[in-house]
Design a protein around this ligand. Structure first.
Ligand code: FAD
Length: 359
């Protein structure tokens, strides 16, 4: 959990009641995620502490993690295991030391569930409103028990029926289901597909630094060789907020991510004209068994113009995302380049801002 910057709270696009309830909502979230301080400063965090002045008008933000940093398993039955600082928790912890959707929230939903069942490994394609609209709250038509109001289709034949449907398939999934449903007759808002923000999110990769940053996740076999305090740590290792309106976090790249992809053809290299050579040298080193250089992820977040678009390509039935305008992008790139200059190495930045993680 990162405290919400004052500038974000002042944004008039947030619903008014959210601005009033902000602290109360944050306070509600605290017992649910039980955020904790990381007691150890990792090498990436140390490097960023030395370089953060390169981010204009910046100061450290407090970062708390929904990770169990104690040496004990949490006492309740779904309790978290202690963090082993492997750095592989970008999208959930492989050692059950971090709160995550699948392990924690879905488990809680199952426990609290009063509805019938949970269907796994199925993808909703579209929903259709059943023709007769004269249903009462409990699904009766004119007092007679009948079918339900909605059909939720997994393909063109298989569906389940329900009286109430809550769509929560994320920004892309929900929009896709609504577009597909519209094609089958569902009335949707004419604003569908408009007004998306990426939270000003840009992901960059710093590689080959001259200081000992090692923002690479660890394999299990490496645990015995590296003491806990020297390991990569949880994914987000530090966070700095510029009063200009953005935050830059240092992060660890999990072992399962092919990090060469982060330097691949979909990125801009900086300094120019050197990144390809660097990549070739790195691959050669890897082939002959010498350790290749290692880096860290730099994740910048803030706000953008919120004018991103999602459209449905009817021929492929896939959705396309057009990123919102990001007036702060040049200043973020400048900050990332200055950090790179300070720490040494090369900066790789995605050409496609739709690689953002915060839609
Ligand atoms: C790498 C990463 C790191 C992040 N870190 C943070 C962080 O530190 N703090 C923070 O606040 N936010 C973070 N976020 C953002 C946060 O995860 C999202 O904002 C949040 O998960 C959105 O919740 P949601 O319920 O709307 O959608 P999701 O969590 O995306 O859930 C949607 C679910 O619906 C399922 N689904 C999609 N389509 C269908 C379909 N057709 N049929 C059936 N199921 C479908 C998906 O499989 C998914 O399980 C991060 C995101 C990423 C990718």
């Amino acid at each position: 959990m990162v405290p919400t910057p004052a500038r974000v709270k002042r944004d008039p696009r947030w619903p008014k009641e959210w601005q009033v309830d902000w602290e109360t909502c944050e306070a509600h979230a605290v017992p649910m995620v039980n955020p904790q301080d990381n007691p150890v400063e990792s090498a990436t965090a140390t490097a960023m502490r030395e370089a953060y002045e390169e981010i204009e008008e910046s100061s450290p933000s407090l970062v708390k993690h929904s990770v169990n940093f104690t040496h004990e398993k949490e006492p309740d039955s779904n309790g978290l295991e202690p963090c082993v600082a492997c750095g592989n928790c970008l999208s959930g912890c492989p050692h059950n030391a971090k709160k995550s959707n699948d392990k924690n929230y879905i488990a809680l939903a199952i426990q609290a569930s009063t509805f019938g069942w949970i269907i796994l490994h199925s993808e909703v394609q579209y929903i259709v409103k059943v023709a007769n609209e004269d249903y009462s709250e409990n699904g009766d038509i004119n007092g007679k028990q009948c079918g339900r109001r909605w059909h939720i289709y997994f393909d063109n034949l298989e569906y389940i029926a329900a009286n109430f449907v809550i769509l929560s398939a994320g920004v892309l999934g929900t929009t896709q289901i609504l577009f597909q449903s519209e094609r089958r007759g569902l009335k949707v808002s004419e604003r569908l597909g408009f007004g998306f923000s990426s939270n000003g999110n840009n992901v960059a990769y710093l590689d080959g630094s001259s200081v000992p940053i090692n923002g690479q996740g660890l394999k299990k076999a490496e645990f015995s060789k590296i003491p806990l305090q020297d390991r990569a740590g949880p994914t987000i290792s530090s966070s700095y907020t510029s009063s200009v309106g953005f935050t830059i976090q240092s992060a660890i790249i999990p072992t399962v991510y092919p990090h060469l992809l982060l330097k691949g053809i979909a990125t801009y290299g900086w300094p120019n004209n050197y990144w390809l050579l660097h990549d070739v040298i790195d691959k050669l080193k890897y082939t002959i068994g010498v350790n290749s250089s290692k880096g860290m992820i730099l994740n910048s977040m803030g706000y953008d113009s919120g004018n991103g678009r999602i459209t449905l390509d009817k021929s492929t039935e896939k959705i396309n995302f057009t990123t919102p305008d990001d007036p702060l992008l040049p200043r973020k790139v400048k900050a990332l380049q200055r950090i790179t200059k300070r720490l040494g190495g090369n900066l790789f930045m995605s050409r496609y801002r739709s690689m953002s993680v915060h839609l």
